[in-house]
Design a protein. Structure first.
Length: 162
């Protein structure tokens, strides 16, 4: 599986803050055998984020895009809006599962606006910005992602558990 990692952070983009969350994602997906095709940091700019997501999907550069950051309540947190601008349909179960799992750890998980959706044959998932939350959320969903992507790509046809 080809993975594109995007960190959304004004401070990360200007090198005012080290991007630990993106590195956590890189380590976790590599351990699972995924191939990282690119890893970038962008500022919290809705149009830039949306255009980048659209370009990656439309050029079929990745099977999975994992974003980190921009899912909170501040005015600059626009990742979910940018993602909604480009997805053809949402996959609400992924975000619901992440929030449910996170609520077992902290009630602040209810403040996350992460979404997941599909454009063409690419799955896009918004992860939180905190390294701890990224690790907890990705650990919870990562083992099921390959099956979902196989279904999306048409290389698997059965969803029933064996």
């Amino acid at each position: 599986m080809r993975v594109y990692i995007i960190t959304l952070s004004d401070k990360g983009y200007t090198n005012e803050r080290e991007d630990v969350s993106g590195k956590v994602i890189c380590e976790m997906v590599t351990e699972k055998g995924y191939t990282i095709v690119n890893y970038i940091i962008l500022p919290d700019e809705r149009d830039l984020i949306a255009n980048t997501l659209k370009e990656i999907c439309d050029k079929n550069e990745a099977d999975l895009i994992l974003t980190t950051g921009g899912t909170g309540l501040s005015k600059r947190d626009v990742t979910p809006q940018a993602t909604k601008d480009v997805v053809e349909y949402e996959v609400p179960g992924i975000a619901e599962a992440m929030r449910y799992n996170s609520l077992q750890i902290t009630k602040r998980a209810m403040l996350s606006r992460s979404i997941a959706g599909v454009r063409n044959t690419t799955l896009i998932i918004n992860l939180p910005g905190s390294p701890k939350a990224v690790k907890e959320n990705l650990e919870f969903i990562i083992d099921e992602l390959s099956h979902g992507i196989d279904i999306l790509k048409g290389s698997a046809s059965e969803c029933a558990r064996k």
